[in-house]
Design a protein around this ligand. Structure first.
Ligand code: GTP
Ligand code: SPV
Ligand code: MN
Length: 587
């Protein structure tokens, strides 16, 4: 497959360590993938679904103790603890390597070692990066073949370069007590043991494209962010691109694929999806910030996806898709999840594979973090720029979280540095995307808390530096919150496609075409500045979710101060200044 000495030497090491029975290089060919699917069907690892209704689609169930990312078992193994910073778990590299190699030793006995060369980003893009993952899981191979560009073309692109990221994955015994997801940013090395769940084992995704890449970006003036990328086309055919960072299960896939309300589509507005989870961004030759989506597919949250909330995502799952931990409808060999429709199957298996009747069940059938893995090409609104090697220019960066109170529907930062402040103070209710309590508000700066590969104080400083580098060509920075609740616990803002109304204000602000009022936290639209034509929401209600309550924000500012204290002298002065100014405006 390759003559690359650095790759071959590492594969030899892996062979000696893991003792596989057999070795298979993933070449990216359809014949090989089809043979792997057949093998995994025969062993029960995946189940072939109804070929008429869901061509090329499969169902997989993970172990019941292995259904989400494990943040408390995720480590940044930098040589100095300080370089992991106060928000990451840290292990000393020597100790971590020893522990992980001891766990993984001989774990491929009786199994096959699959070697997956993959590219994050279009092959040959100056923004793309290459990795090689070894795994003992066909499920991982099949998912990586959807989520990334894999195979011969990638290894040919690498040539004899040593610039690639090593990824060792071993399922071992799926022992939760010995599950570790470890990153060695200084060695370009990722090791994941005892898991078979997406974010823990598709090493190109969170491990490489965010944790490793954020570290690489810091050194080379680029940014790796937990952001969707979308293009907004106006009736004149002009397209403006924005990127948006929301924490896991807080609406990136939904926003990335939204269909504008009828009044807008009739006029000719349209949204194009470039990415739904990760953005790599670099200053382009014209001085603007350009972004690519390093992924090649969507690993999306299934529950809540339906023909009304996200028809484009649903359509993307209709062929060539792997479903993980959803309901298996035995009547027609299809899948179902909560929020798909009001017609749950009666003759079905739940995500654990137990008999389940949707009409009488008291427990959910699909796991709240059940997922679909779909090729990006399936998406009806995939951007024509999806494969562009230079990416797309970003006009606005949007931060957002899940906040029942406090944060208004939308506001704009005063300037770049204040925008970095806005991103750094993000807080959101936790979701099922990671193991742990759900619904607890926690600080999640730039939606990167679980994904920053180095000291978050240095990461803030990198954002400040990027602002200096971009100067007056820097994107404008905004914050949104679709999740304000009323006294009955219902969402006040309709969300989904109607979020386009907020995007319109954002784009208009970038072009100096929309008004705003100054508030202590930034520029907020007046209720007249957001178009609510055709919506079942009153001006007063809109006003209530645009309001910035000083007393609430004074408490918020105290929380920020406490959070910032954790960064010690790593906290950039610009952010401390922003907090002081916020306090001045509040008092
Ligand atoms: P990850 O893949 O984990 O990074 O998640 P994500 O950020 O892509 O989140 P996704 O778009 O999959 O949405 C997660 C959940 O939020 C789903 O249950 C959606 O139905 C819900 N959601 C998304 N957008 C909105 C919105 O505008 N309003 C409300 N109320 N819910 C939303
Ligand atoms: C997330 O949790 O943000 C995801 C899913 O996108 S995972 O790949 O598991 O990280
Ligand atoms: Mn995500």
């Amino acid at each position: 497959m390759t003559n690359n000495k650095s790759v071959l030497a590492w594969i030899e090491e892996m062979k000696t360590l893991l003792s596989p029975d057999k070795i298979v290089w993933i070449d990216g060919s359809e014949e090989q993938l089809e043979a792997l699917r057949a093998e995994a069907c025969a062993s029960g690892e995946i189940i072939k679904l109804n070929e008429e209704k869901l061509p090329g689609c499969y169902l997989h169930r993970t172990a019941v103790n292995d259904v989400a990312r494990v943040e408390d078992r995720t480590f940044i193994c930098s040589s100095k603890e300080e370089d992991a910073g106060p928000t990451n778990n840290w292990k000393a590299p020597d100790e971590a390597y020893k522990m992980l190699f001891d766990i993984a030793r001989d774990s491929y006995k009786g199994r096959t070692m699959y070697i997956i060369p993959y590219s994050m980003g279009p092959i040959g893009s100056p923004l793309a990066q290459i990795g090689v993952e070894v795994t003992d899981s066909i499920y991982v191979c099949l998912n990586m073949a959807i989520m990334t560009r894999v195979g011969k073309a990638v290894i040919d692109q690498l040539g004899d370069s040593t610039d690639w990221v090593k990824g060792l994955h071993s399922r071992c015994n799926i022992d939760a007590e010995k599950r570790y997801i470890c990153h060695f940013p200084e060695d370009n090395y990722i090791i994941s043991v005892n898991s078979g769940y997406g974010g823990n084992v598709l090493l190109g995704k969170k491990c490489f494209a965010l944790r490793m890449a954020s570290y690489l970006g810091k050194q080379n003036e680029w940014m790796a962010e937990h952001m969707l990328i979308l293009g907004i086309e106006n009736p004149q055919g002009e397209i403006k691109y924005v990127s948006a960072a929301f924490p896991s299960a807080c609406g990136k896939t939904n926003l990335a694929m939204l269909i504008p309300p009828e009044g807008y589509t009739n006029k000719g507005y349209k949204v194009w999806t470039v990415g739904d989870d990760i953005a790599w961004m670099r200053k382009g030759p014209d001085g603007r910030l350009w972004a690519i989506n390093p992924e090649n597919g969507f690993f999306g949250v299934a529950p809540g996806t339906n023909v009304k909330s996200n028809p484009n995502a649903l359509e993307s799952t209709k062929k060539g898709t792997i479903f993980t931990n959803v309901v298996h409808n035995l009547d027609d060999n299809t899948v179902w999840w909560e929020g798909l429709d009001k017609n749950p199957p009666e003759n079905a298996l739940n995500w654990k594979g137990e008999p389940w009747n949707g009409k009488t069940a008291t427990e959910k059938g699909a796991h709240p973090n059940s997922r679909f893995t779909s090729p990006a090409k399936n998406c009806p609104c995939i951007s024509p720029e999806f494969d562009s090697i230079k990416g797309v220019p970003i006009s606005a960066i949007i931060f957002g979280g899940r906040r029942a109170q406090t944060t208004p529907l939308v506001y704009q930062s005063y300037d770049w540095n204040n925008g970095v402040f806005v991103g750094s103070i993000m807080a959101s209710e936790t979701t099922a995307a990671a193991i742990g309590a759900v619904g607890v508000v926690r600080r999640d700066p730039m939606a990167m808390l679980p994904f920053c590969g180095y000291n978050m104080g240095d990461y803030f400083a990198h954002w400040i530096e990027m602002g200096k580098l971009l100067g007056d060509k820097a994107p404008k920075i905004f914050n949104v919150n679709w999740f304000r609740l009323d006294e009955n616990g219902d969402f006040i803002w309709p969300g989904f496609g109607d979020n386009f109304r907020v995007l319109e204000w954002i784009i208009d602000r970038c072009e100096d075409k929309a008004d705003a009022v100054e508030s202590p936290i930034g520029y907020v639209p007046d209720a007249d500045d957001i178009n609510i034509d055709g919506l079942d929401i009153s001006k007063d209600t809109l006003r209530s979710i645009l309001a910035v309550d000083k007393e609430t924000w004074k408490k918020e500012a105290e929380g920020i101060k406490e959070f910032y204290a954790g960064f010690g002298d790593k906290l950039p002065k610009e952010l401390a200044d922003s907090l002081n100014k916020l306090n001045d405006r509040l008092n």
